[in-house]
Write a protein that binds this ligand. Structure first.
Ligand code: PGA
Length: 252
């Protein structure tokens, strides 16, 4: 509602794309397309192995770097996993938690998402928590209930003070990577619901300070209209974040 409290945040999600050796050339390409917009915070979330190169290459562009996942435990015998404090030690600022692809392919649940949110916040990271309904849920008319539950579960036990570092990304599953974007009305309706859910759990101040992103086939052509909605404070961008077009989205 009152955008003056909230800085727009555009985050790229590279998913399992981009070799470490491609990071620097990509950053150079991005630099040529878009001088950074001061009112907007830009983040690139990258695979673990790309993170050191990304931190180095994006520093000059003032683009923060995020991871795409973390393990909910602090440390220990968890072969192949990465802990929150390892990311912090590298200079990572953000982490995507509960992306629908992780829920769908790697068995993440509302419960594990909540544990990861706590782990991220404990270590000092800023979680970008993803929520979203499937096409079946939308067609059944239970979108709002589904999102409400996901938001409540993800934030269970999170203090109002820690909420200042949380970003929530609304990503309808049917719009991810499909080229099928939600209409601005659909996106705004659900982003508003996310904010109102936070208002009920916490208070007006926390709700008004919360940054809510829309994600799902955001591109240079539709970004400006989506981000102009009162409850949409930016986007989580997959496919378009792999191209220099991301520079256009980030300044939309
Ligand atoms: P997309 O992905 O922009 O390619 O639809 C968004 C996401 O999964 O975060």
């Amino acid at each position: 509602m009152n955008r003056k409290y909230r800085k727009t945040i555009i985050a790229g999600n590279w998913k399992m794309n981009m070799l470490p050796s491609q990071v620097k050339p990509f950053a150079d390409e991005l630099k040529a397309v878009s001088p950074r917009a001061k009112w907007c915070e830009t983040v690139i979330c990258a695979p673990f192995v790309d993170l050191p190169a990304a931190i180095k290459a994006f520093k000059e562009l003032r683009i923060s770097v995020g991871a795409e996942n973390l393990n909910e435990n602090e440390k220990g015998a968890y072969t192949g996993e990465v802990a929150a404090n390892m990311l912090v030690d590298l200079g990572v600022k953000y982490v995507i938690i509960g992306h629908s692809e992780r829920r769908q392919y790697y068995g993440e649940t509302d419960f594990s998402v909540n544990k990861k949110v706590h782990a991220a916040l404990e270590a000092g990271l800023q979680p970008i928590v993803c929520v979203g309904e499937s096409l079946e849920e939308r067609e059944m008319g239970i979108t709002l209930e589904r999102i409400n539950l996901q938001v409540k579960a993800a934030l269970s036990g999170v203090s109002a003070e820690k909420m200042r570092r949380v970003v929530i990304a609304y990503e309808p599953i049917w719009a991810i990577g499909t080229g099928k974007t939600a209409t601005t009305e659909q996106a705004e309706e659900v982003c508003k619901l996310v904010r109102d859910t936070v208002r009920v759990i916490y208070n007006d101040e926390t709700a008004e300070a919360l940054r809510v992103q829309y994600g799902g086939s955001v591109n240079a052509g539709n970004a400006a209209e989506l981000f102009a909605q009162p409850d949409i404070d930016g986007g989580l961008v997959g496919g378009a974040s792999l191209k220099a077009e991301f520079g256009v989205v980030a300044t939309a």
